[in-house]
Design a protein around this ligand. Structure first.
Ligand code: TXA
Ligand code: MG
Length: 327
């Protein structure tokens, strides 16, 4: 199959036609690019798993273009959903609800719950409004880094999809927060730009338990996502980053430090990819930095952050990239 890349002004209508006829279309969102199919079309949804090489037991998020549309996707929708929606939708959050009858089990990996998200990216919402709610995972090959540009998608999925709609670089840069509202206490299954602190202002109590519980509940959390192709570690201090770097050089390797410019740490003339200054910069640039680094270097050493909120969400992805290897 030939993969076409089109700007939004040409791509949205064509994308809507392809979706309605059961094809897969890649579209931009504010978090990462999504690989979309008509969420009501079981065959089309199954093809997402084939194109990505994704395990069948990992459910997909259904993307909607208006809050109203949630009624087609889920049932017994609690008031808390509408409170979250009023404050954070459209935006980088997915909410797990009870599955509605029209959604095939291929979307939910056999489960009775479904994740729903209304992206703030207008290209995404227009595409959905012109076609169908879209079941969509991140548009990367399974286990690789999530794509934040159309080129990242092309590098992974060329030949697997008919159309990639190019909406430029994603603004947020890491995947949406996943919030489960089917539990007694609302539970964050995947941290993201809508943080647990922000959610607790609306919901009162929100759980964000240790990694073990997240693994048990959100099927995707048990897989090694976001892994670059080369050895990747997290450095707990500047000294250990430099020691690891110099060890790699001594062994004939070509390492890179992935760092924020904020502290002005003296990294000498070592190879550095600068992630900007704020946690938001860090989130926006981390996946591009990792894709860039894996092409040019043979070891990636990433700065550890210790903050809450967005820093916590970014580090969740960084630790996964490094398979939890600390130096
Ligand atoms: O920002 C995002 O969420 C992006 C864009 C494209 O919207 N999508 C995305 O999809 O990251 P994916 O498939 O790569 O990750 C979805 C995560 C997985 O960890 C999955 O297990 C979890 O959401 N998930 C989906 N449905 C669920 C459900 N019913 N219950 C619990 N977790 C669910
Ligand atoms: Mg993904």
């Amino acid at each position: 199959m030939k993969t076409e890349i089109l700007e939004a002004k040409y791509g949205i209508e064509k994308g809507a036609r392809l979706i309605t006829s059961g094809e897969l279309v890649v579209f931009p969102t504010e978090t990462v690019y999504g690989l979309g199919a008509d969420a009501f079309n079981e065959e089309a949804v199954k093809n997402i798993f084939v194109a990505k090489g994704r395990p069948q037991d990992n459910p997909l998020i259904v993307h909607i273009s208006s809050v109203e549309q949630v009624k087609e996707i889920a049932r017994d929708i609690p008031d808390s959903f509408y409170r979250v929606a009023e404050r954070f939708m459209p935006g980088p959050i997915s909410v797990v609800l009870k599955k509605g009858d029209k959604i095939p089990y291929a979307v939910t990996a056999g489960g009775d719950t479904v994740a729903v998200r209304m992206p703030s990216n207008e290209i995404a919402r227009k595409l959905i409004a012109l076609s169908k709610p879209l079941a969509a995972p991140s548009a990367n090959k399974s286990k690789h880094i999530s794509p934040t540009t159309a080129k990242h998608v092309y590098d992974d999925l060329n030949g697997e999809v008919a159309l990639i709609i190019d909406g430029g670089a994603c603004n947020v840069g890491i995947e949406s927060t996943v919030l489960d509202l089917t539990t007694d206490i609302p539970t964050v299954l995947r941290p993201g730009a809508v943080t647990v602190e922000m959610l607790s202002e609306v919901l009162g109590e929100v759980e964000e338990k240790g990694k073990v519980i997240k693994i048990a509940k959100s099927p995707g959390m048990k897989y090694t996502h976001y892994a670059p192709k080369v050895h990747t570690v997290v450095a707990v201090s500047v000294a250990s980053a430099i020691a690891e770097y110099d060890k790699c050089v001594k062994n004939g390797g070509k390492p890179v430090l992935v760092y924020r410019g904020i502290y002005g740490d003296d990294l000498g003339d070592r190879n550095v990819i600068d992630l900007g200054r704020t946690p938001e910069d860090y989130a926006r640039s981390i996946y591009s930095a990792l894709r860039d680094a894996e092409e040019k270097y043979d070891e990636i050493i990433i700065e550890e952050l210790h903050g809450k909120g967005m820093e916590f969400s970014v580090m969740n992805r960084v630790y996964k990239s490094a398979g939890n290897k600390l130096v």
